[in-house]
Write a protein that binds this ligand. Structure first.
Ligand SMILES: Cc1cc2nc3c(=O)[nH]c(=O)nc-3n(C[C@H](O)[C@H](O)[C@H](O)COP(=O)(O)OP(=O)(O)OC[C@H]3O[C@@H](n4cnc5c(N)ncnc54)[C@H](O)[C@@H]3O)c2cc1C
Length: 333
């Protein structure tokens, strides 16, 4: 097997986050000689010191703390050159996704994004990824090197092992001229955060929550209260159908917490969670594409003929989602 570089950003304290540990596990499983390359304000590889990597390289300094194309690309380029690796595996974070295509161009290599598995075919590395918005799966190899592979989060179990002292080799980088200065971060408060990529459950809300119900009226306020209550107690992640997120995007007074970031489906996201519960949702795109990677899928719909819920859910409850979620919230207490 060819030499492999695992590229990772460090957290503020120098440690590695889960997606980086997943990329490390994928690289080690390939069986080649592995080098780890870290970039960030500071780096500490002791937590992965026992992973069996041959070298631990680091580009550190305040300039490399903030996500920024110019500094991220400079750090990655220096780490790739210092390692001389033929295969570069990095977690598909927004930072690496933005920077690594440029780095591949500088190095005369190639890049592939959204890999879901990295294996060996005919003795050479082979990348699995989905095409046409997750409808077809393909396996590809490449002759060009370095080959940079961005691995999607949640596809490989993280590397775990005992910590051991790891000696970091510092790789010097001349900080490029930058035009972007980070002034600070404005984050949603933790209890208002509805997208939780590590949650065990994806809760999908469809436009039915905003439709006239049996009594001939819309129950938007109650829908909001029930959904937020369920998310609070279950810590599920919230997905929405396109119809629903478009509605709140138009400023209508229903489900104000729902944004386009929540949308799942062909023109939304395809998250990975062990379980999914779709409610008041009928569309093909959320059911066929949006939750393709959900392990166990259940749906609640008033309509027994809802074709997509019937076709794609493992269990379909013909029930009123208001009543179901109200009862769930009571049970979860
Ligand atoms: C090019 C293209 C791309 C698209 N991409 C996406 C995409 O990425 N994601 C996406 O979601 N859509 C996408 N769509 C739209 C998609 O085809 C559907 O129109 C949309 O998903 C429907 O949303 P919905 O199921 O929430 O609403 P509706 O179709 O209005 O369904 C509402 C459902 O709620 C049920 N319901 C109502 N009240 C209750 C209750 N009390 N209890 C239980 N059930 C109840 C009804 O029976 C109904 O089945 C795309 C369309 C196109 C053309």
């Amino acid at each position: 097997m060819e030499s492999i570089l695992v590229l990772a950003h460090t957290e503020a304290d120098g440690s590695l986050a889960k997606p980086a540990l997943e990329a490390l596990a994928a690289a080690l499983a390939l069986g080649g000689e592995v080098t780890v390359g870290l970039a960030g304000a500071t780096a500490n590889a002791n937590a992965i010191g026992g992973c069996g990597a041959m070298r631990f390289l680091a580009v550190t300094g305040d300039a490399f703390a903030q996500p920024r194309y110019s500094t991220d690309a400079a750090a990655a380029e220096a780490l790739c050159r210092a390692s001389g690796a033929a295969i570069v595996i990095a977690p598909h974070t927004s930072r690496w996704a933005r920077a690594l295509s440029g780095v591949a161009l500088r190095l005369g290599g190639r890049v592939d994004t959204h890999a879901t598995a990295i294996g060996v075919q005919n003795s050479v590395p082979a990348v699995t990824r989905w095409f046409y918005r997750q409808r077809m799966e393909g396996v590809l190899t490449r002759s060009q090197r370095p080959w940079m592979i961005l691995l999607d989060a949640g596809c490989v179990a993280s590397w775990t092992g005992a910590p051991a002292a790891a000696t970091l080799e510092s790789v010097p980088v001349e900080v490029p001229a930058t035009r972007t200065t980070a002034l600070g971060a404005e984050a949603t408060q933790a209890d208002q955060q509805t997208i939780r990529t590590d949650a065990k459950l994806l809760f999908v809300a469809g436009a039915g929550w905003t439709k006239k119900q049996g009594d001939g009226t819309v129950h938007g306020a109650e829908a909001e209260e029930l959904i937020l209550g369920f998310l609070r107690t279950s810590q599920a992640s919230l997905g929405g159908s396109k119809s629903l997120v478009d509605l709140s995007g138009e400023g209508q007074p229903v489900l104000g917490f729902m944004t386009h970031l929540n949308q799942i489906g062909q023109t939304g996201s395809t998250p990975r969670h062990p379980k999914g519960l779709s409610t008041c949702c009928h569309g093909e795109e959320p059911h066929a594409v949006g939750w393709r990677f959900i392990g166990e899928r259940r749906a609640v719909n008033l309509d027994p003929n809802c074709g997509w819920a019937r076709g794609k859910a493992d269990v379909l409850y013909i029930a009123d989602a208001f009543a179901v979620v109200r009862e769930l919230n009571r049970l979860l207490g």
